[in-house]
Write a protein that binds this ligand. Sequence first.
Ligand SMILES: *Cc1c(COP(=O)(O)O)cnc(C)c1O
Length: 417
Amino acid sequence: MEMTGRLFYSVYKAYFFSKLHQKCYMDTWEIITHLGENREEYHGAMIPPMYQTSNFKFDDLSAMQTALSDEYHYPVYSRGNNPTVKILREKLAALEGAEDALVFNSGCAAISTLLLSQLKAGDHMVCIAKPYGWVKYICDYILKAKGIQCSFVEVLDNDAGVYAYIQASNENTRLWYLESPNTFTFEVTDIAAVALASKERGIITVIDNSYSTPLYQKPLLLGIDFVIHSASKYLAGHSDVVAGVLCGNSESIKEIYQSYYLALGAVISPQDAWLIIRGLRTLPLRLEQSSKSALEILTAIEHHPRIEKIYYPFHHSHPNYEIAKLQMKSCSGLFSIKLKVDNTEAIHRFCDAFKVFSMAVSWGGFESLIFPALAFQVKDETDQNALSWKIVRFYVGFEEVEVLKNDLLQALAVINS
Ligand SMILES: *Cc1c(COP(=O)(O)O)cnc(C)c1O
């Protein structure tokens, strides 16, 4: 890119990052313990009640008419509005710096509902090369069957994705899908630069922000249009809920609510919404602990002879470390390592040796987890694009860090046996 373009990008970026550090939204504690909760309405209860109801009663026909003509504002039926869900929506929107948010019964429901609402036959979208697995399925099967094409791009170049997104686009490109960092190899996209390039082209941008949560990264303030979360991870935080979030401006969210959200009906239950409201109370503490322990563990193992590579945005070896440091306030507790081994039996020995880390998918709860790529990846070293079977992903939970560190070190030692 020519000099003026570069200069413009850096000025734009400086502007947004200064905005990020300004107090342009409510304090986090105020959002998570007060916003949306009207204690005087429910006897001063510290914790809001769970409105476990499917429908709402009206006093007279005019009240019912009013409500039915505006289901966006009135509780009528819990596929649309429910007071417990409403509290959660307000909190999530405020945390993200968004005007509004919708909550779904899974992260995948949030993603598919959004993509179906924004794309029509003939449209094209560009997506990060290794998004969350089911996003690839949505693109390759569901969208494709509707006549929507999708290109996948690597973002590991010097510009962290901006050229990749531009080059993969054509006159039909309507949407750019980002996931930064993505959650197996932790590639980082330059969010502000990609958002700016999208605006110049009239392209909608969407980011999956599950890894960072709104506490560590606020993509809407960097110019992104929609933020998606799997609330099943850090937001709910206790491995007991599957849920998803979509944040955006009120006009778009209202439009989606009144069409695809109500029609596809992938709505969260009041109980799961209530559990996430509870989970949010401890989100800052949980994130801090997970992140601190992850760094400590990485420092202990980074020079280990059995480790070929570390995948973590805040590790100095990360190719886009500088950009990660700039756009993320901190880095959460999920990372991967590539083991220096030459057969799959060594991966089996390593993974089976853990006594504290459990082997499971997902992340964000109390329990520390490992997820070996070999669990879903066939060993194929000829395919350059395939995720290496030597990669194992770690989620660092809340057990004592010494215990976790020792567990990992003894498992590394077992490889040699
Ligand atoms: C888990 C996950 C999803 C999907 O969310 P569900 O709640 O499982 O449907 C999407 N993106 C990322 C990054 C995830 O980790």
